[in-house]
Write a protein of this length. Structure first.
Length: 397
């Protein structure tokens, strides 16, 4: 066969997956070469087959593992990730392979939401010390803004030169436990604050009862005793409200559609309002807890008197998605408006700072937004929005 045709035949054979070729020349030497090549190719075939089986077995083991497993190279680049890692991190393996442990597409944060420095992350700790790390809990804030919480165990893999070649990290998703713990802590903190606020509100009721008793001694008029009875009933109901809140784990349990003017009128009558004036828009109906709303109104009325005078005017009106309460007192300076809802913050020498905190707490418990601005007469105005309203025609009372 001519040399050109021989080369063409060899090229065609190789293109059709022939592993090797040998030119036909004859002689025992060529038979030995052929034998060695066959043996080598068979050995290589079985070696590659064994490697492929090992890779498949390794992949199955990785993907059946209930924990997320991520393998990083010596520079912190991700070189392998199992299916659980894809689920936890919200990315497929091909996407993960383009990322590093300190990738800009995600932030690693602590419980306060503060970024953790790269040097403090498990990969760097393993690289620097050569020692494994265990049960390191971090939050990974993904590009979408959500945070997944993971507990991380990481260990080094050494090569034959006693150098760290890879770092293997095992991640367990602790998001559900973390959120449950955060919810529990928030509830405890909320109930603690509720107890402080309720104590303040009970103090208001007792002060009113004490004032009425003094008036009854001075005047002998029985209507003051009726006011004292009302105050005692209110105090007892408020204590029951605390018990319900602690059992339910929330501050506002049952809500119903109520008339705003009726509840405000009850709050107005519970305060010493003989010299004051109220102007209330009629027909406003909202979804609220009646007792909690009355407490909120009582604090707003008391705030108007304490920071203004007992001749103050308090107005209540409707908004597109809520209502407002304003007075004609001195108002609240702009620079103070962000602080007044903080517990124990007060501008009065003998104030407790709890009244406005109570207002804020009750609004939040209903899911309302509350904003402070200047009233129409220069006083303080509180806007309550995101309130579930009802039009007046739905009133059946």
């Amino acid at each position: 066969m001519p040399a050109r045709e021989a080369k063409r035949s060899a090229s065609t054979a190789i293109s059709r997956s022939v592993t090797d070729y040998l030119q036909k020349t004859g002689g025992i030497e060529q038979c030995e070469v052929l034998t060695n090549r066959i043996r080598n190719n068979v050995d290589r075939y079985y070696t590659e087959r064994e490697l492929e089986r090992s890779r498949e077995f390794f992949s199955r083991v990785l993907n059946l593992n209930p924990s997320a497993i991520v393998v990083l190279d010596e520079y912190g680049g991700i070189v392998r990730a199992n299916e659980r890692a894809e689920t936890i991190l919200g990315l497929c393996e091909s996407q993960l392979l383009n990322r590093t442990f300190d990738d800009a597409h995600w932030d690693v944060v602590d419980e306060e939401g503060t970024l953790i420095s790269d040097n403090a992350l498990p990969f760097n700790r393993v690289r620097e010390t050569g020692e494994p790390v265990y049960n390191v809990e971090h939050g990974i804030r993904r590009a979408e803004g959500d945070v997944v919480w993971v507990s991380i165990n990481a260990a080094p893999l050494w090569n034959e030169q006693n150098e760290i070649e890879n770092v293997v990290a095992v991640l367990s998703d602790t998001t559900a436990q973390k959120r449950k713990s955060q919810t529990l802590q928030a509830t405890i903190k909320q109930l603690e604050g509720f107890g402080r606020v309720l104590s303040h509100d009970l103090g208001n009721i007792l002060q009113i009862a004490k004032g009425r008793l003094e008036l009854s001694r001075e005047t002998g008029h029985e209507e003051h005793f009726e006011a004292v009875d009302d105050s005692i009933d209110r105090a007892a109901a408020m204590l029951g409200e605390l018990t319900t809140a602690m059992q339910a784990g929330r501050l506002v349990d049952e809500v119903s559609m109520i008339r705003l003017d009726d509840v405000f009128d009850q709050a107005w009558r519970s305060q010493a309002t003989a010299k004051a004036t109220d102007e209330v828009e009629e027909g406003i109906q909202i979804q609220a807890n009646e007792m909690a709303l009355q407490r909120m109104f009582e604090n707003l009325i008391r705030n108007a008197f304490e920071h203004g005078t007992d001749t103050a005017t308090v107005r209540v009106g409707s908004l597109a998605d809520g209502f407002y309460v304003e007075d004609n007192g001195p108002g609240i300076p702009v620079e103070e408006r962000e602080k007044v809802f903080e517990p124990e913050y007060t501008t009065k020498k003998d104030g407790t700072g709890t009244g406005l905190a109570s207002i804020h707490q009750i609004a939040l418990a209903h899911g309302w937004d509350v904003d402070i601005r200047e009233g129409s007469d220069g006083g303080a105005r509180f806007d309550f929005t995101n309130v579930q309203m009802s039009s007046p025609q739905h009133d059946t009372t």
